[in-house]
Design a protein around this ligand. Sequence first.
Ligand code: NAD
Length: 494
Amino acid sequence: MDQATIDRLRVEDIPIQGHFINGSSQAAADGGLLDVVSPIDGTLLTRIADGTAEDIDRAVANARVAFEDGRWSRMAPSGRKKILLKLADLIEERALEIAVLGVRDNGTEIGMALKAEAMSAAGTFRYYGETIDKIYGDIAPTAADVLGLVHHAPVGVVGAIVPWNFPLMIGAWKIAPALAAGNSLVLKPAESASLSLLKIAALASEAGLPDGVFNVVTGKGSVVGEALGLSMDVDVLAFTGSGRTGRRLLEYAARSNLKRCYLELGGKSPNIVFADAPDLAQAAKVSASAIFRNSGQVCVAGSRLLVQEDIHDDFVAEVCRHARENRVGDPLNLDTQVGAVHSLTELEANLKFVRAAETEGAECRIGGQRILTETGGYYMAPTVMTGVKSADNLFQKEVFGPVLAVTPFKDEADAVALANATVYGLSAGVWTSNLSKAHRMIAAIRSGVVHVNTYGGADLTVPLGGVKQSGNGHDKSLHALEKYIDLKTAWIQL
Ligand code: NAD
């Protein structure tokens, strides 16, 4: 990856983008288009199809036909595997091109986009491609005169709805296992971050995926998202996004065909630092990156820092020092560590949270304002707010921006109570050199993952999912396949 190549790719013209339905690019039924604005400098990047309910119906109908005629669902496993592995290779070959395209509409810093978006998506297609000829059903231990077979049947048509942060990584976490299990799919990306996913759909075709198996419909959540949620012919909805939209999807399912809904939602994750942490300097460094990487637009961000009273002031000073050292700026510049906030709306919402927290008595220790305004882009200084109380909005609500809420705690019981005092349960961090205490904390904190003496590490082999209002079900690992299969049994009298 070199700056000259990135600079060449960043100015490439992006033609108007249609939906990807039944193997080809198609305009919206009413010809409507949506502007795509670059968070890097606020300029118009391109336009995409502004989908309608009719477009969703067309995509779902094509997915259904493709599923029923077995062009993918009944293709020999070795053939399906070959196609997904080929797709992984194609993504990897064009990883930088895809990563730059994604950065242009979503603002993630290029180093992270290359690794966490393009290369991660390639790895995800490879991982699930490999499962196709390795995972199969069971023969139950029944009496000798009967045969109980447990088949892994694909569910049919999967609807996937994904957000703008890490669209490719999160998209691949749904597309790859859904396809590996033999399903057809209709994907709805976020309206402001569709470009890289449209590219993946075209590459899937190039890799040999039959037409109609993987369709992408772009447009507004309130229109195409709703139509997908209400479709009578979608069997499973796999969603990542806000709790607000997650609730809507459950309503859509109830009002339509009771489709299964898997929801990966938001978080307000506690990162708990005890005075006996093995390395406080390292804890401070990681605590800063846990919230500031990708401008805090990470579902598992460690957005609540709980620090034991005795070390609070020194530790916060160290976190602020790291925050100050973050190089925020143009995400396509290789020197940048933290890129843009995704949109002006998000930036304004972040700033509103900071001002409201100040009126609730919190102190803004660093940041708290928009920066680099002269670029036209949407950048925010890493922000640390201290004196945040458990009843405060900043403690309870997900900001989804570079804003850290700091709260002191007395002892282990206090830390657990504070950790669990929100409606969320996605991620947590615990820093201690006491192994017994670490295990007690893992058991006591209600969240999908608890990191110990680190924050944010993971790989594809480890499932990701939330509890409480952070959602249900899991992306990643072999467990993700469970969302996209039905256990179908046969009982045969011999
Ligand atoms: P969002 O809910 O606004 O949008 C997500 C997707 O839903 C988009 O494609 C959007 O167009 C669509 N949508 C919006 N309204 C809809 C409606 N009425 N019907 C159907 N679809 C609709 O969320 P966002 O702002 O794009 O993403 C940020 C949120 O996603 C944060 O809460 C973040 O924590 C969460 N997130 C969770 C995870 C996880 O794994 N748990 C990962 C990343 C992001």
